[in-house]
Ligand binder design. Structure first.
Ligand code: SF4
Length: 272
């Protein structure tokens, strides 16, 4: 069969458990179990994406911090409101939803404070409009590599003072670039290089609760990405379930396919 276009998520899923990969990416079983963490992560991403589409010429330079913060918070309120039908499916109390809203607001505000630390010096030199445009990233960019059969959606690409950094936003509590994140960032570096013919200087995770963390892009990181892209293609040629072993572990109880693996449901229960 033709090679599948993989992604950092699909590769990390395979590494976590081949059987999970099989259910998710070969059978494409619809994972009906939503989660507040997924939904609010998606809202936070969307807020930050839309924030950079604002018309900065409508902002007054004397109180730009206040105005930008109001815009950001209004975006969050609006998107949270738009998500209410999805929230209703989660069976959460009003108090729980309020807690998650406030926590998401805290993350977005924390991100904004970090953003201001980069923005302010530029405004002092170039003024509001030019300064904002200098630090404004390209957002939500889709990359696809036919050579490596992999794709990715990059949250933000900054080019400031000639230095390119390719960033992913995370809402996770832990402020650590794990092996999974490292793989994702390595693939982003590879995708960037293939599209632009040059390496980004840095790749990183912007931990919205904390601060951005970066990795230098070097040959070893690129080799790692290429190796993982090759290995996943070799390991996923088959469509036979028996070629995708069950890898039982502590994460099974959070897995959407737990009921299938442990006998309480069959694959057919998940069919549309
Ligand atoms: S429940 Fe465990 S063994 Fe089954 S697919 Fe999920 S991670 Fe793999």
């Amino acid at each position: 069969m033709a090679a599948r276009i993989q992604s950092p998520n699909s590769i990390n899923t395979y590494k976590q458990c081949p059987r999970k990969y099989y259910y998710q990416y070969i059978l494409k079983i619809d994972r009906k179990i939503g989660s507040i963490h997924l939904q609010r992560g998606s809202i936070a991403h969307s807020v930050l994406e839309d924030f950079f589409t604002i018309d900065i010429s409508n902002i007054h330079s004397d109180h730009y911090e206040f105005e930008l913060k109001v815009i950001l918070q209004n975006l969050l309120k609006q998107k949270w409101q738009n998500g209410k039908d999805e929230f209703a499916k989660l069976d959460l109390t009003e108090d729980q939803l309020l807690f998650y809203f406030e926590e998401t607001k805290m993350m977005v505000n924390n991100w904004f404070n970090n953003f201001l630390k980069v923005l302010k010096p530029k405004i002092m030199v170039y003024g509001l409009k030019e300064g904002f445009n200098i630090v404004k990233p390209i957002t939500e960019m889709h990359f696809i590599s036919q050579a490596h059969q992999v794709q990715g959606f990059v949250d933000a690409i900054h080019e400031i003072d000639g230095k390119v950094s390719v960033m992913d936003y995370k809402t996770s509590k832990r402020e650590k670039i794990t092996e999974e994140y490292r793989l994702q960032l390595a693939i982003y570096a590879l995708l960037y290089q293939e599209k632009y013919g040059k390496l980004p200087h840095l790749v990183g995770v912007d931990f919205l609760r904390h601060k951005p963390h970066y990795l230098e892009v070097d040959d070893e990181l690129l080799r790692f990405a290429k190796r993982e892209c090759k290995v996943i293609q070799e390991n996923t040629i088959s469509d036979d379930i028996d070629d995708y072993s069950i890898k039982e572990g502590v994460l099974c109880r959070y897995c959407d396919f737990y009921d299938i693996c442990f006998g309480q449901k069959t694959i057919h229960d998940f069919e549309k």
